[in-house]
Design a protein. Structure first.
Length: 259
């Protein structure tokens, strides 16, 4: 234990909470003065497993001081009227360990400095405001992620069963009736066929109609198409409901209206 009643860098065990708070508050003030350049540290040294230093107040009393301890335990251990007196006394005790300038930052001080850095950058350079959403026609919408769109469709419609090919390049979604089949080719160029939808009169009959879509098809269009296919009224292949000119005209009316 040294003359000032401390075990190296640790307060004596019988300090009260109030006394510990006073020690920490004083250490914080000293740290702030060093950080903001109010105390000029002339030299430092290591003594009894802690750091000691000598410095001079520049914007206060002009007194020179000896400092002892680190982080929340740093305190003034002696005061002098001039830097010369303080340096001479410091060298008398710590001459062998004495090094010019302030001691390196402790782990706690380094962590605090790193924590302050992003806050300072955020204050100096605020994030730009997000762009205003733009309304565009559906045919100009972004293609989005077709695979995610298909997965959501299959999760919402258990009547479709998912099959993957041996190479994992293609996914098939087949209706439980076996008369409607969706093929999704995953790795395609934007203008190559990525979707093929085919309807059959029976599970073993020839194909009645087919619909294809490219990888650049806007996501809202594909979502509307898949949701429409999930409605049985959208692809009735029964024999008593044949595909004739009237049904073709009705089915293609939205395309005709859009030119």
């Amino acid at each position: 234990m040294d003359e000032e009643g401390t075990w190296a860098n640790y307060p004596i065990p019988w300090y009260t909470l109030s006394e510990i708070s006073e020690v920490s508050n004083e250490a914080q003030k000293i740290h702030g003065c060093i950080r903001h350049g109010h105390i000029l540290i002339h030299a430092h040294a290591h003594d009894s497993h802690t750091t000691v230093a000598v410095g001079t107040y520049l914007h206060r009393t002009g007194k020179s001081v000896h400092l002892r301890g680190e982080d929340h335990l740093r305190r003034v251990s002696d005061t002098f009227d001039s830097p010369a007196q303080a340096l001479f006394a410091f060298e008398q005790v710590h001459g062998a360990e004495m090094r010019p300038g302030p001691a390196p930052l402790t782990d706690t001080e380094r962590s605090a400095a790193e924590a302050r850095t992003p806050l300072a950058l955020a204050t100096a350079k605020p994030e730009p405001a997000p762009p205003e959403p733009e309304t565009v026609p559906v045919y100009l919408a972004d293609a989005g992620d077709h695979d995610v769109l298909l997965d959501k469709f299959l999760n919402a419609h258990s009547e479709f069963e998912k099959w993957r090919t041996w190479s994992d390049e293609t996914t098939h979604a087949i209706h439980e009736s076996q008369t409607l089949r969706i093929e999704r080719v995953h790795e395609t160029q934007p203008h190559e066929t990525a979707w093929t939808v085919a309807a059959y009169e029976t599970p073993v009959s020839d194909r009645m109609w087919v619909l294809t879509a490219t990888g650049a098809t806007p996501a809202p269009v594909l979502q509307w198409m898949l949701n429409h296919l999930a409605d049985s009224d959208g692809w009735d292949t029964a024999i008593d409901n044949p595909v004739d000119e009237k049904t073709v005209t009705a089915a293609t009316q939205p395309l005709s209206d859009a030119g």
